[in-house]
Design a protein around this ligand. Structure first.
Ligand code: PLP
Length: 378
């Protein structure tokens, strides 16, 4: 039996409509040309497709097309935004949180080596960072705040609009890692006043290896990849027409389906939670969460045994595979879980192709596994 896929926060399958649009941009008969080729029709057509996709993504984010920079994914976008801002300074202070994605934390660690100061805010039990926390951390030399919109392990949603307001008052730039946000929350960079927003195509049914950085008009960053001066000098390299076309369509579809999917997945989430709460010792990690992510810990079971028992479910555990050992999730530890409970936590992340049947099956599998493991140790 193929496992039920409940790991949409790790990645999503490409939507069949997106795959079709991408396939039409590969071969000689299709739209394969270099969008930078100005001297022939092939190039013009590719450029038109790229600019159409840029418009689709801009509409989804509520910005201007000229504020979109194509990248290889949210990892690159985070690097470009944070290093791109800091490159314009000799030193300074950055505010981020302890539960950011590694693509932000590792960049900040790198900048610490180069002499920048970094404050890592500890999340509240909900998994959120409050405006007050950010306000209290502000210093005279703060140049950048970098916080995620939606946490990838918990699904918790940060009060980005309020944090943006504070940053504007303090004249500090705000970068938001929005990889888990598009299609899940109503992202609107204009309304919220965000300066930089990282986006990842494969989190919303587009291809992997594709992303974008929203750069608000007038905001300066240093390029991190030089050569050719594409994307107004901010990110060089021949544009991958098929990837871009896929991402543009995926963004349009994800935002068009947002409210409907949110309602459908909220109901499924409630089914999952209610079903699992029939067990004792079940706790939901994080609060104020998106509809598609639920992180649950199970007391009195061994995490590794639990995951092994759930071979019919494709889920993520509260353990990160290091080279030799399993380390408990730094996100779960930061919101107060001990090592044992962090290991015995599961992230269920649902998506476009998740059915009620899948969720009912997941409840049965987890319930059976937890009861069996508890009976063995009782
Ligand atoms: C997936 C993810 C990333 C990395 O995105 P890639 O496109 O895979 O590089 C960064 N931040 C968050 C919050 C993510 O969920």
């Amino acid at each position: 039996m193929t496992p039920i896929y409940l790991d949409y926060a790790a990645t999503t399958p490409v939507d069949p409509h997106v795959a079709e649009a991408m396939a039409a941009c590969l071969t000689l008969e299709g739209n394969f040309a270099n969008p930078a080729s100005r001297s022939h029709r092939y190039g013009w057509m590719a450029e038109e497709a790229v600019e159409n996709a840029r418009g689709q993504l801009a509409k989804a984010l509520h910005c201007d097309s000229r504020e979109i920079v194509w990248t290889s994914g949210a990892t690159e976008s985070n690097n470009l935004a944070i290093k791109g801002v800091c490159d314009l300074h000799e030193s300074g202070h950055i505010i981020t949180s302890a539960i950011e994605h590694k693509a932000v934390l590792d960049v900040c660690a790198h900048l610490e080596q180069k002499g920048f100061r970094v404050t890592y805010l500890q999340p509240q039990a909900s998994g959120c960072i409050s405006v007050e926390q950010v306000a209290n951390a502000m210093a005279d030399d703060t140049i950048l705040v970098s916080l995620m919109y939606v946490n990838n392990e918990l699904g918790s949603i940060n009060p980005i609009a309020d944090i943006a307001k504070l940053c504007q008052q303090k004249d500090v730039l705000l970068h938001v890692d929005g990889a888990q946000a598009l299609g899940k929350v109503d992202v609107n960079v204009e309304r919220d006043g965000i300066d930089f927003l990282s986006i990842s195509s494969h989190k919303f049914y587009g291809p992997k290896g594709m992303g974008a950085l929203f750069v608000k008009r007038g905001r300066k960053i240093n390029a991190q990849i030089h050569g050719g001066g594409h994307e107004r000098g901010m990110r060089s390299g021949t544009l991958a027409t098929h990837q871009i076309v896929g991402m543009g369509l995926a963004a349009e579809m994800a935002t068009a389906q947002l409210s409907q999917e949110e309602a459908r997945l909220s109901a499924l989430k409630q089914t999952l939670i209610t079903g699992l709460q029939a067990l004792e010792g079940v706790a939901i990690n994080g609060d104020n969460t998106v509809a598609n992510i639920t992180n649950i810990s199970f007391a009195d079971v061994d995490g590794e045994s639990l995951l092994l028992s759930l071979h019919d479910l494709a889920v993520s555990s509260g353990s990160a595979c290091n080279s030799a050992t399993m380390a408990p999730s730094y996100v779960l530890k930061a919101i107060g879980l001990d090592d044992e409970l962090a290991h015995a936590s599961i992230r269920f992340s649902m998506g476009r192709f998740t059915t009620e049947h899948d969720i009912n099956q997941a409840v049965v599998s987890v319930t059976t596994a937890v009861q069996r493991l508890r009976a063995m140790t009782a």
